[in-house]
Write a protein that binds this ligand. Sequence first.
Ligand code: ADP
Ligand code: MG
Length: 212
Amino acid sequence: MLHTLWSVKGGSGVTLVSAVTAAIFARRSGRAVLVDLCGDQPAALGIAEPSSPGVRDWLASTDGSAQALERLFIQVEPGLWLLPCGTAQEWPEDRQPQLARVLLDLGCDVVVDAGLITDLGRSLASAGRSLLVTRPCYLALRRATSARVQADGVVVVADTGRALSGADVAAVLGLSVVASIEVDPAIARAVDAGLLIRRTHKALERSLRGVA
Ligand SMILES: Nc1ncnc2c1ncn2[C@@H]1O[C@H](COP(=O)(O)OP(=O)(O)O)[C@@H](O)[C@H]1O
Ligand SMILES: [Mg+2]
């Protein structure tokens, strides 16, 4: 299954939710792939910045095979593979649907950190499950209503003291809230220390049940 997570505003929590979701799938089923469209995943996962090519370079190359894509995977921990971002900025139009097909054919859970939604993210989102990650924030909701991408649900990352609730997010967007995640300083510290997926965050993993 292909799960594309995206946002309409930076700092929403897409990178964090994608990383933990992929780690849960990997531990549960023995294999999962995390596709990084933005470049923040190595830091979030606490691994060295790859100097090797990534998904963008595959899109721009002449070899569009699954094998060529799988050669770019980096093992993060047993069962969890990262497809790094790479550096290419342009690629032929037909490569985006081809990427979706190759990812679907991998036969395992594939989690895409699409970050701020782009055409590439839209193409992957439309090929599988599409989840908006957002804070319950008026400005984000305004943008989300014109994001030009179908969502199957929303992941709300909620800090305390917000005027808007998850129910408001659901009502404004006409989507169901599949997971509601608390902003927890211990999680922010784990990210900063590169320990996000090495430590178990029971509450966070429970909150993500509707995603993973
Ligand atoms: N549930 C959470 N608890 C604490 N901090 C969080 C949580 N989710 C995200 N953050 C922090 O918010 C910031 C933005 O998160 P990130 O996943 O990078 O967002 P995005 O990828 O949408 O830009 C990071 O510093 C991250 O550590
Ligand atoms: Mg990000």
